[in-house]
Design a protein around this ligand. Structure first.
Ligand code: SF4
Length: 231
């Protein structure tokens, strides 16, 4: 397993938990707006942590922490993720998993084996724009749909979320997303921010008015939607 980052404390990423975040290298998407290019691109150099270093850190901080977030990259690509999650759970901490939903069988196994307590799944865009928004060709959106359908069954708490980028999202996309997410418990919109850690530079954030318009459309269509940071 390639562990490429450790954020020692976060009060924001795992709802109602004091957590740390572990970053795993590698992703099956290449979203141009991705802010973690060093975690996604295999050629990018990153610092690596051993599993022992991470578990040692968690053990020492478990009186302060009550959760661990696993993010990436795409954590479910790591075949030994389940083993690490088991060890974290044995230390008495809850696990939050960030995923792009493109590995539904792994997601379902992890949840059904009670190794995950909360899932945040990206909805990159309306299905017809998945290739454009993920930066890869021929995305099989039936896999995304399978992950959505599984989470919507409510086995564990979850949220869907979209990073909104001016160049990629419009009203029609959110109308389509609303159809896909009918019945979902929570859906967050988060505004894109450009930075030198993005895979592609020069993309733009939507305006506040555009964000509010998308939110209102989603709410009108029955989605329990929020703008991140304003809920
Ligand atoms: S945004 Fe997420 S899914 Fe997209 S390339 Fe980055 S880590 Fe992968």
């Amino acid at each position: 397993m390639l562990i490429s980052g450790l954020q020692k404390l976060t009060l924001l990423d795992f709802p109602n938990h004091v957590a740390c975040t572990i970053f795993l290298k590698g992703c099956n998407f290449r979203c141009p707006f991705c802010q973690n290019k060093d975690l996604v691109l295999p050629e990018a150099k990153t610092t690596y942590y051993t599993e022992e270093e991470i578990l040692d850190f968690i053990e020492k901080r478990k009186n302060v922490l009550d959760g661990v977030c696993f993010t990436g990259g795409e954590p479910t690509l790591h075949k030994d993720l389940a083993d690490l999650l088991k060890k974290v759970k044995m230390l008495g901490l809850k696990v939050k998993l960030d995923t792009n939903g493109y590995n539904p069988d792994a997601l379902i196994d992890l949840v059904n084996n009670k190794l995950v307590d909360y899932v945040a799944m990206d909805i990159k865009n309306s299905f017809q724009k998945y290739d454009l928004t993920t930066g890869i060709k021929f995305v099989d959106t039936s896999k995304i749909q399978k992950s959505i359908d599984f989470l919507k069954r409510g086995t564990i708490p979850y949220e869907f979320r979209t990073t909104v980028v001016k160049e990629y999202h419009n009203v029609s996309d959110f109308i389509d997303i609303a159809k896909t997410l009918q019945g979902a418990s929570k859906y967050y919109l988060q505004k894109f921010e450009d930075s030198d850690t993005c895979i592609s530079r020069g993309l733009h954030a939507p305006t506040d008015e555009e964000m509010k318009n998308y939110l209102n459309i989603l709410k009108t269509l029955g989605i329990n939607a929020f703008i991140r940071g304003e809920d």
